[in-house]
Design a protein around this ligand. Structure first.
Ligand SMILES: [Zn+2]
Length: 610
């Protein structure tokens, strides 16, 4: 492919041009200024002046735009490999032509070349495999990049909470005024005490706010000073969707769980709020295209400003990944005031629906269960009452949005299914309802999903990263078998996709496929979690392409290679169906194309001509 890329550039008569890199750098700086300006730090005049300089410099740069390409060269034929279409028949061809940003033809080389014409560029795949671009059905890039202001104290660094606390005392985090830590995991890290409280963190510092954001994102522990800043006292009532941990006398113990509690804590953390998420997202996109990701489901856009940033990223030409957004239901009033609603946007960035959460996360013991957690009285937390959940599903549907519904525990999932059924009984037709994570699921629920036409998306890193913790500390051996039941879903005919939930996991699509197919557990290599729940390779391939495309209401344009669909695809060194399952994650991504343009490896000409 290296060779083919060079051939492609040579054919276009385009070499490496320093001016291209300079333009990209200028554009990133301009993007940063724009963000600063929005926060009231910069000035409109400075932004305008700088933008003019950038745009003049870049227009004068030494490159060809798409309009200037010699006639016919916007058509490219890929031949001599395996074109794995992922269409409904799993069709396979050896040649594909694209024209502009669409797929023009599929078939054998002679037939495709005839349609493409003599002027088309030709790229010899030399036996490599082309398949649809990978879709990560659910991720949080904007929140995720800003978590870099927190220092990791998770299981990969510290075996026990005591070791993590000792590190925190000795190594304050990135900011002098804030001690911010992330990734602490009471499900996997040993802890000799019954609970972590503000007093442990007062010992880290009582002079500055200390915040520990737990793995999975659904719980925080803060020190006494941070509690003061949040005005949480013995007299403060819990918000409807959240819980403030308490000592026996009712005074707050420093633990915060639930959406309102976390959102209000985050709103106070200056380094997090001031993080340059625009540039951070661009850096993340560079990493994602290297792993073949072409589209992501943005699983919760939190505010009108967040949506406007996504629009700007998309328009900047520096963030090539397509996005399909879910607006956080929690901020409904803001959405109504701003007029931002599902259906808005374009093929690059579009709002498809609403995000609601029925419960918390299992590893933080806040997923809502039918039975108590192992060795505990608690069954977890309902983030929404059944009544509120049913009302949201009905209202969201009436407002034209699809519902993406977070449910981790089996009782949380019960509530979601009941809410969808209630909306249907009320005469509504929810649009492709999907359950996010859908982690602990019983046989009777799988049948109901089938009957109710509800699909699921698995955070498959739950298996690899927490599989043994779920067995030993969270659920016990028997219930742990009910985690991410890809095999049962496949047999029952219930569609499922895979997602990273970035920053919860950093698994890449081929790595996610490997976990789904093997059920391997990183911490216990001799243990396979519920082998009968292994997915077939075909189901795993669909779970990162055609199924998420349908879940994101984009199956008419994405998710399979078919004539007329958008030219988003990856070129892989090997056919995923031919390698051993535990080598899937190691397959090399040789090229990533989005909208008919090569985004990885990025050729200067491709960067500029947007
Ligand atoms: Zn999520």
């Amino acid at each position: 492919m290296e060779k083919a890329n060079k051939a492609l550039l040579l054919k276009r008569g385009i070499g490496l041009r320093p001016s291209a890199y300079a333009c990209r750098l200028f554009e990133i700086i301009a993007g940063q200024l724009y963000i600063s300006e929005n926060r009231g730090v910069g000035s409109n005049f400075l932004l305008f002046f700088f933008s003019c300089v950038v745009s003049a410099a870049c227009q004068g740069a030494d490159h060809l735009t798409a309009d200037e390409l010699p006639l016919g060269q916007d058509t490219t034929v890929f031949f001599g490999g395996t074109i794995l279409t992922l269409d409904k028949d799993f069709s396979e061809f050896d040649s594909m032509a694209i024209k502009g940003n669409r797929i023009l033809a599929l078939g054998n080389d002679a037939g495709v070349s005839k349609i493409a014409g003599n002027e088309a560029m030709r790229i010899d795949l030399a036996g490599q495999t082309v398949m649809p671009g990978f879709i990560d059905a659910h991720a949080h890039p904007m929140t995720g990049v800003a978590t870099s202001v927190f220092t990791d104290v998770g299981i990969t660094r510290f075996r026990s909470v005591e070791m993590a606390l000792s590190f925190m005392s000795r190594h304050p985090s990135v900011s002098e005024d804030w001690y911010l830590f992330i990734g602490l995991d009471l499900a996997t890290q040993d802890f000799q005490e019954s609970k972590l409280t503000r007093f442990h963190l007062d010992a880290v510092s009582s002079a500055v706010p200390v915040v520990v954001w737990h793995a999975g994102g659904h719980r925080m522990t803060v020190n006494s000073l941070m509690l003061e800043r949040l005005n949480i006292t013995s007299a403060t009532e819990d918000p409807a969707d959240s819980e403030y941990g308490r000592f026996e006398d009712g005074s707050p113990d420093g633990n915060l769980a639930g959406l309102t509690a976390l959102v209000s804590a985050l709103s106070q953390i200056d380094p997090y709020q001031k993080f340059d998420r625009f540039s951070g997202a661009i850096g993340l996109a560079d990493e994602w295209v290297r792993h073949g990701i072409t589209t992501i489901g943005l699983a919760s856009v939190g505010s009108p400003d967040d949506w406007r940033m996504i629009e700007r990223l998309s328009a900047s030409g520096l963030f090539p990944i397509r996005t399909r957004s879910y607006l956080l239901w929690h901020a409904l009033e803001q959405w109504k005031l701003s007029g931002i609603a599902p259906g808005q946007g374009d093929a690059r960035a579009r709002i498809v629906g609403w995000k609601i959460a029925a419960d918390g996360s299992n590893q933080a013991f806040t997923g809502l269960q039918r039975d108590p957690y192992l060795g505990k009285q608690s069954r977890g937390m309902a983030y929404m009452t059944q009544e509120a959940l049913t009302a949201a599903i009905s209202e969201g549907t009436l407002m034209g949005g699809q519902m993406a519904m977070h449910g981790n525990g089996d009782a949380g999932i019960d509530n979601i299914i009941a809410g969808v059924e209630a909306a249907r009984i009320g005469g509504l037709d929810p649009i492709r309802p999907r359950i996010e994570h859908c982690s602990m699921i019983q046989d009777d629920q799988i049948s109901k999903l089938k009957e109710s036409d509800i699909s699921c998306s698995f955070l498959i890193a739950h298996v690899s990263n927490w599989g043994s913790a779920f067995r030993d500390r969270v659920f016990g051996r028997e219930k742990a078998q009910l985690l991410d039941r890809a095999g049962s879903f496949e047999r029952a005919g219930v569609p499922f996709s895979l997602h990273s939930d970035y920053p919860v996991s950093r698994l890449k699509p081929l790595g996610m496929m490997q976990v789904a197919v093997t059920r391997e557990v990183t911490a216990d290599p001799n243990f396979t979690l519920a082998p009968r729940e292994r997915a077939s390779i075909e189901a795993a391939l669909k779970a990162v392409t055609s199924v998420p495309a349908k879940q994101l209401l984009s199956d008419d344009e994405l998710g399979s290679l078919e004539v007329g669909k958008l030219a988003d695809f990856v070129i892989l060194a090997e056919d995923p169906r031919t390698v051993s399952p535990n080598e899937l994650g190691a397959i090399e991504v040789l090229g990533t194309w989005i909208d008919g343009r090569q985004q990885y490896p990025r050729a200067p000409a491709e960067t500029e001509s947007n």
